[in-house]
Design a binder for this molecule. Structure first.
Ligand SMILES: [Zn+2]
Length: 117
C-alpha cells in the first residue's frame, strides 16, 4: 500500500494515506476519518486555501477567455454574461473540490514528513 501523490488525491478525492477511503462525506464536507485506514481528517483543516486558489485561477481563466472572445468575435454584452455565468457555474465546483483535496493531501504530506513534537 503506497501513499498516493497530492495530484492523485486531488483528482480522485481519496484518503492521502491509503488512497482508497473517501475524503468527502458529501460535496465539500470532509469526513471525520478515513473509513479504510482510520486517518483523522479533522487535524487537516486548510481554511480558505481552496477558495483563494479557485478565485485566483478562475479569475485568470475566465477573464482571459472573455478577452480572447472579445478580440476574436466581438460579441454583445449578453454573450459575455452567458459565457461568464456558464464558465463560473461549471468550473467553480470542480476547482473548489480539486484544490481542497490537493491542499489536504499536501498538508498531510508536510505534517507526515515533519511531525510536530
Ligand atoms: Zn485512508
Amino acid at each position: 500500500m503506497s501513499e498516493p501523490s497530492q495530484w492523485q488525491v486531488a483528482l480522485t478525492h481519496r484518503c492521502p494515506r491509503c488512497g482508497t477511503g473517501h475524503l468527502y462525506r458529501n460535496y465539500l464536507t470532509i469526513r471525520d476519518e478515513c473509513e479504510e485506514c482510520g486517518l483523522s481528517f479533522a487535524e487537516h483543516d486548510i481554511g480558505d486555501g481552496p477558495a483563494f486558489f479557485s478565485i485566483t485561477l478562475l479569475g485568470f481563466v475566465v477573464v482571459g477567455g472573455m478577452v480572447v472572445l472579445e478580440e476574436i468575435w466581438r460579441p454583445s454584452y449578453w454573450v459575455h454574461a452567458v459565457f461568464l455565468f456558464a464558465a463560473l457555474a461549471i468550473l467553480t465546483p470542480l476547482s473548489l473540490r480539486f484544490f481542497k483535496s490537493y491542499l489536504i493531501a499536501l498538508k498531510y504530506k508536510l505534517h507526515h514528513m515533519n511531525p510536530s513534537p
